[in-house]
Every structure is written in C-alpha cells, then in structure tokens.
Design a protein around this ligand. Structure first.
Ligand code: ADP
Ligand code: MG
Length: 569
C-alpha cells in the first residue's frame, strides 16, 4: 500500500525535471549544493545530462553557448546567493549576446528573506536578477512549476533571445502533489519562437535601396549564425553577388575562402561601400557604431538592417530600410524579390575588394609560414590555421587579447557555428564553459585556443573536461602574462601588474586530472601535438611557448585603453 501511494505522488523536484523534459530540454549545466543537490541527482536519474562544474560562472557560460548552438535555452542550475551571483554574470552575458538561457537558482525562504532576518545565503535574488536579464520569475507553488518553466522558455527564445532567471525557493522542491494533478499542471510550449515575417512594403523599400547601390556590402552577424537559416543566407549572398563580411561568430556561415568573402578586405569594404545590408549584426562598438573614419564621410552610406528586435533600428544611426523579422523569413522574402532578374554589383567594386583581399592575404601569408622558436602569435596561429583547414567540422573556441584578435583574422572557418568566442562584451573567461558545452551539445572535437590570461579565469574546469572525458584540446598561448610577459614593478618590490609566473607549465594542470599534457616550442611541434591530441578524442592541453615580447597592449582595441598623459611617476 505504501509503494502504491508513493507512486501516485510527485513533488517539486520531479515537476521541474518533467517540465524541462516535456519541452525537449535534456541537459543541465550547474554546480550542486543547497538546496538543489537532489534536483541535479534526480535529473540525472531521470535521464537528463547533468554536467557539474567547479564554478557557476563557467556552468553559466556553457549554458549560454548551448543556447547559441541549439536555439533552445541553455540551463544553468545554481545554489542561492553567491552561487546565484556567479551564474548571473553569465546570464547577463547571454542576454547581451542575444542567446537564450535560463538560470535556475535555489533560494532561501521568502518569509525570512523579505523580513531580512538573516537566513542561510539570504538574498532577494529575483530583484537582483531583474535588471540584468530579459525576464525573471519566481515559483512559490509546485502546481505552478509547469507554467513557470513554460514562461521562462518562451521568454528566452521568442523575439530577440536572451537570459531568463527562474527563482525556486528551497521549500518548493519538497512540496508534494498528486501525480495526476502534477502531470496536468505541466505546459508544453507551442511555437516558442514564432516566425516573424516582414511586411511587403518593408521588403520593397529594402529592395529599392539595394537596387540603387553601386558598392553594396552584406555584413553577417552572429544573429544570422544563431538563426540557423544557413541556406537562405547562402542563397541571398550568391544570388545577389554582393561581397560579404562576417562578424567573428558568423565566420563559416559561408566559408572564409568563398569568392565573395570580403573578410580580408574589411577596412576597404567598410570605408568604400555605399549600401550596407546588416544581417543579424548590431552597429555597436564592434562596428564603430556605424560612423567615424572607418565608415567614411557622414551620409556616404545607406543601411538596410535585418533584425528581430524593432528597437535595434536607428540605435546608432539612421536605418534607411528596416526589415524587422527573423532572418530566415526576411531573407526568404528578399530572395524571392531578387530571383532571376537581379543585376550583379558593378564589376569595378568587386574588383576593388578582390584586389585588396589578394594583397592582404599575400602579406599575411609571409608572416605565417615561419617555423620559429620561440613562437610568436603569427607562427603559432599559422599551424592552427592548417589544423582547422584539415578539420572543418571541429569547433574552435577562442579567447585572449592578441590570441583572439589575431586568430580571428588568421584562422579561416568553413562551416556555420564553428567559431565560439568572447562575444559582444569581448569578455575573458568564457573559454572552458564554451568548450565544454560545444563538446556536450555537438559531440564534435573542440579546439580551444586560449591566451594564458584568458584561460586562468576558468582553468579549473580542465578537471570537468577530464571527468566527462570530453574531446577537448586546449592550446595555451603562453607568453607569461596579460598582453605580454614583460612588465616590471618600477619600485622593484613585486612582479609587474600584468605578468605571471614565467614559464608556467599549464600542461601539468591537465595531467593532474588524467588528461594528456604537451609542451610545444615550435609551430611544427604544435601542429603535430594538436593533431595527435585531436585524433585521440581525449582531453589534452598543449602549453605553447610564445615569446613574452610578442603581442601588443590590449590587442586590437588599444584605443579603448586609457593611458596616463601626466608622465609616469
Ligand atoms: P555581431 O556581434 O556578430 O555583430 P550582434 O550580437 O551584434 O552580432 O547582433 C545580433 C543581432 O541579431 C541582434 O540584434 C539580435 O536581435 C539579432 N537576432 C538574433 N536572432 C535573430 C533572428 N532569428 N532573426 C533576426 N535577428 C536575430
Ligand atoms: Mg598572455
């Protein structure tokens, strides 16, 4: 009788799991602890993949990238107060990047928190999360879990995707309900991210502007990569014949060696174009806000912008032809409009781009081929460029300052959503979370190319990579410091503020957890070791020794780094 009555009951723990599974969510990234330890355990017992990290921020970064790769919200599960705050950084990062993610945190009891009576890990988490994400909800009754999870999913993936916070107080998990009532309370979200089709007048306006162009340019952003409208993007680019420029996480949407790629002629393309079609790319700092000397004289360009978020239009400068809708639907309309009767862009424009491109590629090639020891960024990246060329299905994770800026330009990508990097904030520390999620979500081999400083933010997750035996190869560009490894304390007391322990052996960190460590001092060695590591499909870390003198302060964005004008004292 006892067993029977148990079968007829459910509780908050099980309803959270059932609600996620009902909506096709199969993976949780998190760190266990009070009050969600049993939630993770039960989720695993119920067939979900539960990936336990060493720090919530890395779990959150994994969830964010899972959202980008799959168009389903990545789930991050944390404990209350400090764990929640650690996860919140990643939730804000996901929101900034327009990726769907749900941060689920356990929390302390409302009665005590609201009277500020000092509970274990007391914090008004809902209030703190609200300004940093797209939506925030709290569930107090087990029978509301279904609707709470449904709201969180819809908020995360519909319109412009983003981060959602779901607050689950400890008491909720053990609330018991009749099983049939529980089942009835669950909600399967129907058409979570509805197609948004642009009006015919908006399409006509855009086509008219495009027809008037003498030097058109298409800029593909990570919104286009996210949209998974790969065929529509390719059709639009190839049918129109317009040169395209990929933003960093849109690289590979069309291969970087595509004849229409203007990637290697970026400055010329931005400066000289007269009509620019933005496809899921914002005119934020990464595109100099669409103005200034990079873009040429004011008024020299017209913009057509495709974005799902109406408020994005005119955010920095006037948009001549806004196309509000999802990229698949919008491009589908444009493709119909240009079908058959489209005039390719003027040949002199195409030639200007191609000439510049060839020049720049030749200039770069001369820096890449050297088998130097110690390596500099170019010689080491030359080796890795070859690795990705031979393994176009591998996912490249990339962070650091110089390591990021130079790799973005040097390593060609061939397939969509294979390049994961620092995103809209240009933030360091996302590497290991991204690498883990990439491996878990796709099963593909991952190559993480990391500056030594960037790696430090999430380095302990090598244990996680070893524990789950993920096919992740990490290459540390070890130049002994942030930017470079040469700073000195002018007073002679301490190490300079941007340097690390010289000749640190990051490869031994990997070995501490049973992975394979390598130590590479030349590009040939680096190539051979990366190949061996990737062939093994096992966790590996290659410490690539880079000249501490190599690199520049702040990489390509030194202009954002204020320096004292009042002489050094
Ligand atoms: P990048 O940094 O690569 O330039 P951004 O993150 O600045 O890219 O821009 C991505 C844009 O794509 C955002 O403005 C977002 O609203 C938009 N977006 C995201 N998903 C879609 C979609 N499915 N359809 C249309 N626009 C989208
Ligand atoms: Mg460094």
């Amino acid at each position: 009788a006892n067993a029977e009555s148990q079968q007829e009951l459910t509780d908050g723990f099980h309803l959270v799991i059932d609600a996620l599974k009902l909506n096709g969510i199969e993976t949780i990234y998190g760190v266990p602890g009070i009050p969600i330890t049993d939630l993770g355990r039960l989720a695993q017992a119920n067939g979900m993949r539960v990936i336990s990290f060493r720090h919530e921020q890395n779990a959150g970064n994994a969830a964010a990238i899972a959202g980008f790769l799959t168009k389903k919200p990545g789930i991050c599960l944390t404990v209350s107060a400090p764990g929640f705050l650690n996860g919140l950084t990643a939730l804000a990062h996901a929101t900034t990047n327009c990726w769907p993610m749900i941060l689920i945190s356990g929390s302390s009891e409302r009665e005590v928190v609201d009277l500020m009576q000092g509970d274990y890990e007391e914090m008004d988490q809902l209030a703190i999360a609200k300004p940093l994400c797209k939506a925030a909800y709290r569930v107090l009754h087990a029978e509301d879990i279904g609707i709470g999870v449904a709201r969180a999913i819809r908020a995360a993936v519909s319109g412009r995707p983003g981060g959602v916070y779901l607050d689950l107080p400890a008491k909720l998990f053990s609330q018991v309900l009749e099983a049939s009532k529980g089942t009835e309370s669950l909600v399967k979200v129907i058409d979570a991210a509805p197609a948004q089709i642009p009006g015919p007048d908006a399409v006509k306006r855009a086509i008219d502007v495009l027809k008037g162009a003498k030097k058109p340019l298409i800029i593909l952003g990570k919104g286009a990569a996210y949209a998974q409208a790969d065929a529509e993007v390719r059709t639009f680019v190839e049918k129109s014949g317009i040169p395209f420029l990929p933003m960093s996480m849109a690289k590979g949407l069309l291969p970087d060696n595509h004849p229409q790629s203007a990637g290697a002629a970026r400055s010329t393309a931005l400066l000289e174009s007269d009509v620019v079609v933005l496809v899921g790319a914002r005119l934020n700092w990464l595109l100099s806000h669409g103005k200034g000397k990079q873009w040429g004289p004011k008024g020299s360009k017209k913009f057509i912008q495709i974005d799902i978020e109406p408020k994005e239009m005119d955010s920095n400068i006037e948009i001549a032809a806004p196309l509000v809708g999802d990229i698949g639907s919008v491009l589908n309309e444009l493709n119909k409009a240009i079908d058959g009767k489209w005039q390719a862009p003027p040949a002199d424009w195409v030639k200007t781009i191609n000439d510049k491109k060839e020049q720049n590629i030749a200039k770069m090639a001369s820096k890449l081929g050297k088998n130097s020891s110690p390596m500099d960024f170019h010689s080491a990246l030359g080796a890795l460029k070859q690795v990705i060329k031979e393994r176009p299905d591998a996912i490249l994770v990339n962070e650091g300052a110089n390591t990021l800026d130079l790799a973005r330009g040097i390593i060609d990508m061939y397939k969509p959503r294979k390049r994961l990097d620092v995103g809209t904030w240009g933030v360091m520390g996302v590497g290991m979370g991204s690498a883990i999620a990439a491996a878990v979500e796709t099963g593909l081999p991952v190559l993480a190319v990391e500056g030594d400083s960037a790696f430090g933010f999430s380095g302990m997750e090598v244990e996680t990579i070893c524990r789950y035996q993920l096919p992740v190869t990490i290459v540390i560009f070890n130049n002994n410091g942030i930017y470079r490894g040469i700073d000195k304390d002018p007073t002679g007391r301490d190490p300079g503020t941007t340097v690390f322990v010289p000749d640190a052996r990051y490869d031994k960190m990997m070995e501490a957890f049973g992975g394979k460590g390598y130590y590479a001092t030349s590009p040939d060695e680096l190539k051979r070791m990366v190949d061996e590591a990737m062939n093994s499909k096992k966790p590996a870390l290659i410490n690539a020794v880079i000249d501490p003198e190599a690199g520049s302060e702040s990489g390509n964005i030194g202009n954002l780094n204020p320096q004292s004008v009042v002489g050094k004292k």
